[in-house]
Design a binder for this molecule. Sequence first.
Ligand code: 5AD
Length: 432
Amino acid sequence: MTKTFFIETWGCQMNDLDTQRLSGGLKLRGWRRVDDERRANLILLNTCSIREKAENKVYSRLGELRELKADRELQIGVCGCVAQQEGERILARAPWVDFVMGPGNVGHIDEILAGGKTIAVDFPEDRRYDYLALDRPSATKAQVTIIEGCNKNCTFCIVPTTRGREVSRPFGDVLSEVGAAVDSGRVEIELLGQTVNAYRCPVSNRDFGALLAAVAELDGVRRLRFMTSHPAEVNDSMIAAMRDHANVSRYLHLPVQSGSSRVLRRMKRLYTREKYLETMQRIREAIPEIHFSTDIIVGFPGETEDDFQQTLTLIEEVRYGSLFAFKYSPRPGTPALKIGAPVDDAIANERLTRVFELHERIKRERLESYRGRILPVLVEGPSKHDPAMLSGRTDDNWVVNFVADPCTPLGSMLGVRIHDALHHTLRGEAVA
Ligand code: 5AD
């Protein structure tokens, strides 16, 4: 009888991709994926620990799954960043778990299932990566890891612990994977890394800009995106590759975290407010239509009202199209635990609200500016809300729902006239 598995995924694109790798690897070995955990012989929880009490969420989910074991052959595995962070503590607290597997071991799921290891939280030298066995959920888009791990030591962040030191994949491997993805119809490529622009080819030492240009020049790559860049790693080669290749998305997510140089120093972000703004200015000069996006943390220990004001003025100055803001959340073992006084929770909440209110206004202005314009849109599939419409993205990464010939092939590029700007999407109609 075919064995079945169920995977639940939390967190970032890296985790999504790890799920695609786990699922692809299992399918290749004859397993079948199911959507109902009660019908699975293997349940994998691919967990995230970036913020909040992620550990608690995992333990409460494990509590629910425990009873499923009573009446069936079932293995339960905890994967992802909580697995890495908690290690054997998970088996102590939830002994019905069969194995704990960190992000470094995704390529080693075979051995783990064969019963070799119950705690796999190392970062093996040979990080197996079988890109022909990826279970990609989209017919038009492929995510491709170019660098794993993070060598920065931001004082608030758990990632260096959970994903290890940076390891870049060789240029040739990345190009082969992209080529294979394009051959399978994935015309949109997203290069992934926790600090994607810190990429350095381990063979030739070529940098991120060189890789971006090389991928952009491959036949069939209609659109190229990447996530997530670190401001201190932006260089001329990266900017030139973006400027000189029309298929590179006019979208850049560049987390600033805070607008106060004092806070940035305490976060160990490796740039000041002035340096960050100067970087943004350079990029904007090269690519005037760029859509900037960012992450903000409010309530970092010791953040004063004055520090916070500087975050607000920076947001005003850059005019981000998209912004993700979070309340600081203490993570186990991070240096920020010992830095300065915690900010009162009510104050942190209020700051979060003020960031969102300011950004809403800026975003609205940007979205309104598209009204009446014709934008190139890459068709991804039917619209989620109205299946009579199609959905896709502009080259500066806004979702557009539009009226068009329903037989339009997925992955094609259409001109769409924008009629409406909704809360965070655009609406329009394809033009001939
Ligand atoms: N508390 C709050 N936000 C955090 N982030 C990372 N670590 C923390 C933390 N301890 C946010 C940062 C990062 C995004 C992915 O999550 O803004 O860019």
